[in-house]
Every structure is written in C-alpha cells, then in structure tokens.
Ligand binder design. Structure first.
Ligand code: ZN
Length: 85
C-alpha cells in the first residue's frame, strides 16, 4: 500500500485499520529481537498485541513465540478454539 506513511502522519491514522496494516507498521519501525518475552525461547516470534486494540503504541505489543502467542490469545479470549491459524 502506501510505504511513505510514517509516524508523523496522525491524520492518516485510522483506528479501525485492520491488523495487517498495524503489523506492517510495527515491522517497519521496530526490529524484532526474535526472543519470546514470555518464555525466553529464541526463534520465530510474532508481534502480539496485549489488548488487541491494535494501536500504534509499541508498548501495546510484545514479541511472543507462536506457542505463547496462542496461549495468551486464548487466555484473553481473543481467539476462538474453532479457528485454526
Ligand atoms: Zn514463548
């Protein structure tokens, strides 16, 4: 989409933007450490939203490994067991 949008464009910010857009923004502005912040596992991590509100606040996100991400989402009720990823 529009790769030129930066952090100084609040007018272009749509709070209802879908999470793919937000994830693109996070990936663009922040480098992953590839360490799960929950269990410390090193490897593939996801940016996992703490609240699933998908704001542009990096504090809203943590790197979680696949397993911790799923567990967290289930625990918080973000994810239904009927949905496979
Ligand atoms: Zn983990």
């Amino acid at each position: 989409m529009n790769n030129k949008i930066g952090k100084d464009h609040p007018s272009s910010w749509n709070p209802n933007a879908d999470k793919l857009t937000i994830h693109g923004w996070i990936r663009y502005h922040y480098k992953k450490k590839y360490i799960c912040t929950v269990c410390g596992k090193i490897g593939k991590t996801h940016w996992s939203s703490n609240t699933h509100e998908y704001t542009r606040d990096i504090n809203e996100y943590q790197e979680r490994c696949c397993s911790c991400h799923m567990k967290y989402d289930f625990k918080m009720g973000f994810r239904s067991r009927n949905i496979t990823q």
